[in-house]
Design a protein around this ligand. Sequence first.
Ligand code: PLP
Length: 411
Amino acid sequence: MTDTTSLPQTNAAFIELEDRVAAHNYSPLPVVVAEAEGVWVTDVEGNRYLDALAGYSALNFGHRHPDLVAAAKAQLDRSTLTSRAFHNDQLGPFCRDLAELVGKDQILPMNTGAEAVETAIKLARKWGYRVKGVEQGKAHIIVMDGNFHGRTTTIISFSDDPEAHDDYGPYTPGFTAVPYGDLAAIESAITDDTVAVLVEPIQGEQGVQIPKEGFLPGLRELCTDRNVLMIADEIQSGLGRTGTTLACGYEGVEADIYTLGKALGGGIVPVSAVAANEDVMGVITPGTHGSTFGGNPLAAAVGHAVVKMLQTGEPQQRAADLEATFRDGLEALIGKGVDSVRVRGLWAGIDIDPALMSGKDACKGLAKKGVLAKDTHGSTIRLAPPLTITEEELRQVIDALAAVLSEASDS
Ligand SMILES: Cc1ncc(COP(=O)(O)O)c(C=O)c1O
């Protein structure tokens, strides 16, 4: 019998255990987090790290933000799950305020980001059949090369990342991929059966790729002209990360459908949502879509607390205010081990000189200096610290990266 009373004591022992009994669908850095508060996490051996990844933006407000923990605790003492077979007193107020925050009429709550994207795809297809008049079975959606929208079988069907895509077929038809940011390519891919264009306003997993100015407004115009829904996946880019509530807002663009997730759960519970106006959301009728956990009172209470924080505009303002420090600090590393950087708000993609080191090695070096970050696509690293980070802590992150690069150059 396994002795379940004795727990490992060291990072190495926890990693060895996990390696044996948990599936190997990730390749984490060798840090075993035991406790976390604000921008800081502590491992099982008492080492502290500044979390500059923030759960890929799921921790926009830092770990265990007191307002969010208080909302969760209060709700734990009231009710946690009702299923949607009954109403609960948290869902309506949450949806009302989230809808207002993102400028839409209605919210469809789900749990994970991938579920929100699936929901948006279903919504667009149904809108296509019921409103646009597309022939059954023909609805067509345009997606971007380099996209990342989650891990379900339909979503990975249109992913061009072999790791996400390969060996999971047969794949879901009905999608055409075009180069990210290429309006002409989108225009020529639109047919009479096209119901939507699905786009990340900034491609996070691809290394914080920011489309050239004018792309999103141009896409908005094109979608309106051709009676096609614009779906903005704001799961990683939204809710303050880029200095505005939504990344689309940077260029004043309003999509027809937003998918939201990650930060909406305050780093406490998975909460995702689709936001749209009544003319689109109205095609969803009882029994045609749902989720046991979507809109549960605990999730709605935490999501509502997140919305209240964003209603103040403070998290967005912090991200906007710190952008210059972030950009200047990172741009100063160009030519010193960094090839290029892309920054919007408190979100950065940094291309490390591949001749110097890989992104993974850069992240390992950062961890040794007490900063947690994540590599993507070989030599790129992504920084997305909590929006609660101070300017001094942000400089610490940049200094740590500078030190890792200069040590690698010297060796
Ligand atoms: C833009 C975008 N969409 C969707 C998802 C999927 O979210 P989840 O992992 O919660 O399913 C992600 C996750 O990284 C994402 O970045």
